[in-house]
Design a protein around this ligand. Structure first.
Ligand SMILES: *Cc1c(COP(=O)(O)O)cnc(C)c1O
Length: 530
C-alpha cells in the first residue's frame, strides 16, 4: 500500500468528545437510521462569539448574519436566535423559518434571487432587503406602493469592483450591480423616496482572495461617499460571507497529499484515485495540465481570523487599514458568514454495510449513505472520515493502515462518496460507523434527496450540559433522558459531561422539564455571542 496519506480532520474538543462517544453514536444510528446528521447548536454560538470578538478588537459595530443556506437545521437557527446574531435568508422558506425561530425582522436580511412572495413577506415584515439591481428596486417599490407596505429598508448589492491604483479587479458575479453603475441605481432609488429607505451597500464575493476582498471593501467605502454626495445617509457596509474554513488538522498532510496526487497523475507513483480521476489535473504528452479543482482544505487563516486579516489590511489605494476607513465613516460592518459559522457544528454518520475486494485488488467499503448525503467531495473538500467501531466485543482488526474506496448506496457506477483512496488506521467491519466531520456547512443537506427512495438522513441536535449542571442530579433527570439515551462511555470515568440529543425539529433554546432551571436552552447559558 505504501505510506498512508492521511488527511485527518481538524476537530475542536466538542467534536473530539462527540466522536469518542461511540456508544451514544451507535445508539442514535440504530434508532434513527443511516445516514444520520448530528448538529451541535452550542458550536455555532461559540463561532459567533469568535466573530464578535474580532469586531470588538477593531472597535466596530454591526450585525453578523448567519447565511442560512449553509444548513437547513432548525436547531442551529433557533440557537442563534438566542444570541445577538442576524440571519441571512435566501428564500421564502428560509424567511418563514427565521421568523418562526424567533428572529425579529430587524435581525433578518433577505438576499439572493427573490420571487414576489419572498419580496412581499420581506417588505411586509420589515426585513432588510439586499437588492440585486435596478429591476429589483422597481419591483420592491411597486409592491410597497400597491399593498401599502411600510417603507422597505434596502442595501445595494454591488459587484465588479475595480481599483485603478493597483489595477486589481474582482471576479465577475451573476449577482449585484457593477460598482461603476452605482449612479444609475441611485437614480432609480431617488424615484421612490417614500417606498424605499437605502441604508447602505454590500457585496458577496465567492473567493478566498484577500486582495480581491480588499478592493471590494474599499469600493464600498467609495460607494458610500457617492451615496452621501447625493444627499443619502447610508450607515451599513455589508461584506458578505466567504471567510472559509480550515478542514484539516495538519498542513503538512495536505501538502504531501497534493504533491503525491500530482505525481500519481503524472504516472510517477501508483494511482491515488478511482479510475485515475485527477481532480482537475491531467497528464498530456508528458506534461501536467489543468489545475487542482479542490477546496484549500488546510487554511492557515480562515473564519474570524480571515475577517481580522481583511480588516487589518491597508486599503489598496487609500492606504489606511480597512477597519480605520469603516471607523472614520462611522459605518456599521455587516457580515454574512455561512460556512465559517457552521464550522465544527455537525457530523454525518454512515454505517458500513460491506467490505470487499474488487477484481483489481482494491478494497471497497460500501456505506449506507450516498455522495449527496456527504457532499464533501462535491465541494472539493478532501478529508478522512473517523472510524467509530461497533461495540460488539469484536477485537479490532490488527492489520493496520489500509487504503479503501468509499462507495455509496445507489445503483450507480459514479456513486462514490469520494473518488480518492481514503487511508484509514484499520480496515472497517460491517456495522462500524464512519463519521464525516464538519459537514454542517453545505455538505449535510444542501443536495440530499430521495434518489431510489433511499432514506434522507434524519437530523438530531446534540449538546452537553454545563459544568455547573452536571452535578445536579435533578436537572439531569429532567433533561434529555426522556429518551433514555445517554453517552455512558463519556460519563464513565472521563469526567466529561454526557451528551444529550433531540430531533433537530424538537430543539428550542429553552430549558425543558426542569422548572427550577432558568437557563435559556437545554443545557446551558443564555445568549452568548455578544
Ligand atoms: C452563500 C452566501 C453567503 C455565505 O457564504 P459562505 O461562503 O458560506 O460564508 C453569504 N452571502 C450571500 C449573499 C451568499 O449567497
Amino acid at each position: 500500500m505504501g505510506v498512508p496519506l492521511y488527511l485527518e480532520p481538524r476537530l475542536t474538543p466538542r467534536l473530539v468528545s462527540l466522536l469518542a462517544s461511540g456508544r451514544f453514536l451507535h445508539t442514535l444510528v440504530a434508532g434513527l437510521g443511516s445516514p444520520l446528521n448530528v448538529v451541535l447548536p452550542d458550536g455555532i454560538a461559540d463561532n459567533l462569539g469568535r466573530f464578535r470578538s474580532v469586531y470588538r478588537t477593531h472597535r466596530l459595530s454591526g450585525q453578523i448574519f448567519f447565511a442560512h443556506k449553509a444548513n437547513r437545521s432548525s436547531a442551529l437557527v433557533r440557537r442563534l436566535a438566542a444570541t445577538d446574531a442576524g440571519l441571512d435568508v435566501a428564500s421564502l422558506g428560509e424567511l418563514r423559518h427565521a421568523l418562526g425561530a424567533g428572529f425579529a425582522p430587524g435581525r433578518i436580511m433577505a438576499t439572493g434571487p427573490k420571487n414576489p412572495e419572498f419580496l412581499w413577506l420581506a417588505a411586509r415584515t420589515g426585513v432588510l432587503v439586499h437588492v440585486d439591481g435596478r429591476a429589483e428596486l422597481d419591483e420592491l417599490a411597486a409592491l410597497v406602493r400597491r399593498y401599502a407596505l411600510p417603507p422597505a429598508r434596502v442595501l445595494l448589492r454591488l459587484a465588479g469592483f475595480t481599483s485603478e491604483g493597483s489595477r486589481l479587479l474582482t471576479r465577475p458575479s451573476r449577482f449585484g450591480t457593477p460598482a461603476g453603475e452605482l449612479g444609475d441605481v441611485l437614480a432609480t432609488l431617488e424615484r421612490y423616496p417614500v417606498e424605499l429607505r437605502p441604508v447602505g451597500v454590500g457585496y458577496h464575493l465567492d473567493t478566498t482572495s484577500l486582495d480581491e476582498k480588499a478592493v471590494a471593501l474599499e469600493g464600498c467605502v467609495r460607494a458610500m461617499d457617492e451615496c452621501r454626495s447625493r444627499g443619502l445617509d447610508p450607515r451599513i457596509i455589508d461584506i458578505g460571507g466567504g471567510f472559509g474554513v480550515s478542514y484539516l488538522a495538519d498542513g503538512e498532510q495536505w501538502e504531501r497529499y497534493t504533491t503525491e496526487l500530482t505525481r500519481a497523475v503524472m504516472g510517477q507513483r501508483p494511482a491515488l484515485t478511482w479510475r485515475r480521476h485527477g481532480y482537475g489535473l491531467r497528464h498530456e504528452a508528458g506534461t501536467l495540465r489543468g489545475s487542482l479543482a479542490l477546496y484549500p482544505a488546510h487554511r492557515p487563516v480562515a473564519a474570524e481570523q480571515y475577517l481580522d486579516a481583511l480588516l487589518s489590511r491597508p486599503a489598496p489605494t487609500l492606504g489606511r487599514p480597512l477597519a480605520t476607513l469603516l471607523l472614520e465613516g462611522l459605518y456599521d460592518l455587516c457580515t454574512e458568514p455561512g460556512r465559517a459559522l457552521a464550522d465544527q457544528c455537525g457530523v454525518t454518520l454512515a454505517r458500513v454495510l460491506e467490505v470487499r475486494r474488487t477484481e483489481n485488488g482494491e478494497r471497497l467499503v460500501r456505506l449506507a449513505a450516498n455522495a449527496d448525503d456527504v457532499a464533501l467531495e462535491e465541494h472539493g473538500v478532501l478529508m478522512d472520515p473517523v472510524l467509530v467501531p461497533a461495540e460488539d466485543g469484536r477485537a479490532p482488526a490488527a492489520d493496520g493502515p489500509v487504503g479503501v474506496l468509499l462507495a455509496g448506496n445507489l445503483c450507480l457506477e459514479a456513486d462514490m462518496i469520494t473518488r480518492r483512496t481514503v487511508f484509514l488506521p484499520r480496515l472497517p467491519h460491517p456495522g462500524d460507523l464512519l463519521a464525516f466531520a464538519n459537514t454542517a456547512g453545505y455538505c449535510m443537506d444542501f443536495r440530499a434527496g430521495e434518489a431510489q427512495r433511499q432514506p434522507v438522513a434524519r437530523k438530531v441536535a446534540a449538546w452537553q450540559d454545563d459544568e455547573g449542571e452536571r452535578d445536579d442530579g435533578a436537572a439531569r433527570a429532567g433533561r434529555g433522558e426522556q429518551d433514555g439515551l445517554e453517552a455512558q462511555d463519556a460519563e464513565d470515568g472521563s469526567g466529561e459531561a454526557p451528551w444529550r440529543w433531540c430531533l433537530d425539529e424538537e430543539y428550542w433554546p429553552v430549558a425543558q422539564y426542569a422548572p427550577h432551571h432558568t437557563a435559556a436552552r437545554p443545557g446551558g447559558h443564555a445568549g452568548g455571542g455578544a
